[in-house]
Each structure stands twice: as C-alpha cells, then as structure tokens.
Write a protein that binds this ligand. Sequence first.
Ligand code: UT7
Length: 370
Amino acid sequence: MKRYGNITGWGKYVPSRVVTNADLEQTLDTNDEWIVTRTGIRERHIVEAGESTSQISIAAARDALDMAGVHPKDLDLIIVATSSPDYLTPPVSSQVQDGLGAKNVGAFTLVNGCTGFVYALATAQQFISSGACETILIVGAELTSRFVDWNDRETCVLFGDGAGAVVMQATDVPSGVLSFVLGSDGSGAEHLILPGGGAVHPPSHENLDAGLHSVRMNGREVFKFATRVLGKALRQALHQAGLEAEDIDLFIPHQANVRIIDRAARFANLPPEKVFVNIEKYGNTSAASIPIALCEAFEQGRAKIGDTLAFVAFGAGLTWASAVVKITENTQPVPKSWWQGLVSRWFSPNHLVSNSAPQKTPADHTPEAN
Ligand code: UT7
C-alpha cells in the first residue's frame, strides 16, 4: 500500500518586537514609500538579544506537535531548515531535539537558504514513503537579523526573524507532498552570499573589518532570477501532480517581494484571491516564511483541511523549489491525555524564553525598538 506524509500539525513563533519602516527611517537613508512599493514590506519582527534560533524553533515546534497530538519522544526524525543556526557546529537540529525532550530522536539541519523548508518537506516525504519513518517534525527558522549589516539599506530592510513548523505523519490516504521540483544554479552564488565565517573566509579580524560576516545581495540579479524560475517551477509541480491551476485552493509562496509573488502567480494563471501574502507584517523570513504563512492561512480561514496547496520558493544558491501539498483529516489517533494540557501551559513561547537556560549569542546589533 502506498504511504503518504500528511501534515497533521503546524505552529509558528514570531518575536514580539516589531520594527516598522518608520523605525528604519531613523537610522537609514530609506523611507516607507520606497520599501512598500518595491517590496510590499511594512514591518518585520526582530528578536531581542539573548533569543536564539533553537529557542524560536522549539516554540514553533511545540505548537505544531501539540496540534498533531504527537509527543516529542514519538518522533522518528527532526529536520530543521535554517541558514542562521545557533552555531556553525553543533547542528541546531540537535539543540531543537534536546530542547523538545525528543530523547535520542535523529535530527539534522538543512542549510539551503530560503528554499530550505520546501527541500525539507520533500525530503521528509521520502522518509515516510519509503517506510523508514512514521512521524517527522520539520522546522523552518531564521534569525537573519543577526547576519545583516544594519547600515546596508539594500539588504537589512528586507528581512525579518521567525520560525514555523509542521508535523508530517504516515497515512494511506492520498495527501502530503503530491509533487515537488527542486532546482539549483550555483553559478549565481555571488548574488546572495554571506562570505565570512566559512572555510573560505574563516573568522579573522581582517575579514570582520571587511564586513564579510554580513549578507551581501545583488537584489536586481536575484529579482531577475526569481521571476525567471518561480512561475516555471510552480507550473512544473502542478504538471507533475496532474493538476491545473484551478485545482489549487491556495498558493503559498516564499514571502520575499510582493512583485515577485504577483508575477509567479500570473505566470501560473493563479488569480489574486488564491494567493496568500503576509510579507507586509514579517518581511522575508527566509526558510520560515512558508510555514509561518501556512499557519496564518489556516488561522484566517484562507486554508482548510482538504485543501490542495502550492508552495514555491527561491533563494541563495541560487536555488528554487516548489511543491503541491494536500492536507487531509488527521487519520492518526490524537491522544487527549494529561500531558497535552501541561504541554500547552508549560511550553508556551513566553514560558520557554523566560525559563530557558541563558545562551551565549552575539550582541544585538539591530535598531532599538521605539
Ligand atoms: O529570499 C531571497 C532574498 N532576496 C530577494 O528576494 C531580493 C530580490 N530583489 C528584490 O526584491 C529587489 O531587487 C529589491 C527590493 C532588493 C530592490 O528593488 P529594485 O526595484 O530592484 O531596486 P534597485 O535595486 O534597482 O534600486 C533602485 C534604487 C537604487 O538607487 P539608484 O541607483 O537608482 O539611484 C538603490 O540604491 O533604489 C535604491 N535603494 C533604496 N532606496 C531607498 C535600494 N535600497 C533602498 C532602500 N531605500 N532601502
């Protein structure tokens, strides 16, 4: 019998601190009008000093696990998609595994920029289809604010912090990732790069002084690349699933630029009412943007159980990824046991942040909230 990986739980965590375009006008040569018309972004959430990628991942994951009725110890695998991990090593996925109390559960980190979540979803589906796993937690989380130069108006205005998570569970009901397309063109690597801190430019005073530790982007080139690949990748995923644009209930794209989203939707013949956009509130949260948008789409009633969704993302690499995903009723028994109430009270994001062991994180370079 064919095995599918249905998405049975989802959750998100965004930091409470909001930085508006007007806030950025105080420290940068920019303005609200430019940012809104060029990108669609009005504000973004930025973590406080002391918060870490593992913490925000755990907060989002707990909501997703709670919704699916899955205890962390019953997970078979944890995949964390991020390009802003707590440390270069150990992998942040192990911090998430430990923080969740998912004792000895296998975990790995998938570093693939903004396409990380869709790559992780396609990967998880393979573990389930093959029979290797029953239940997988997939997290997309970013603290990009720690890796941008807050004096570089061409990059810092675009990004925000946040995390989203989903639980994927095996079922024989057709659901989960019905099709996916993964693509990469490394010849465009220089257009979106964080040059320092890796093996080529290891940490040194010279490299720090040269500003190599911050994200550098050629926005125009990335824009051209995105408009070239996105609509096509979306159409390919639809074709592979044997579906037409009208079969898609909601298109949930990576939230990088509203103009890019509009072009991709038009290319794939998806009308605006079938396109989910929340970039105005969060900016580009990279690997977290699709799972955060998925959660909001359900919260707002734009998505519902039974829907067929289309995801598409692009980003550093340069890479792209699309997937058609069907979400059906959870056929797994959802236990209503003593621990669920406990979990939701004890593990709420606020509780988590205030009670977590202090973690050594870089100093906060982001602008002060008003
Ligand atoms: O997840 C993937 C991450 N990356 C992306 O999604 C980036 C994709 N690219 C984009 O979204 C767009 O290219 C941007 C929003 C980054 C830029 O929009 P654009 O329409 O391509 O603008 P541009 O780069 O052509 O710049 C136009 C002007 C320039 O001034 P000059 O040379 O024409 O005098 C920039 O210096 O806008 C200037 N500019 C700004 N002005 C005010 C650039 N950034 C800003 C800013 N505020 N923040």
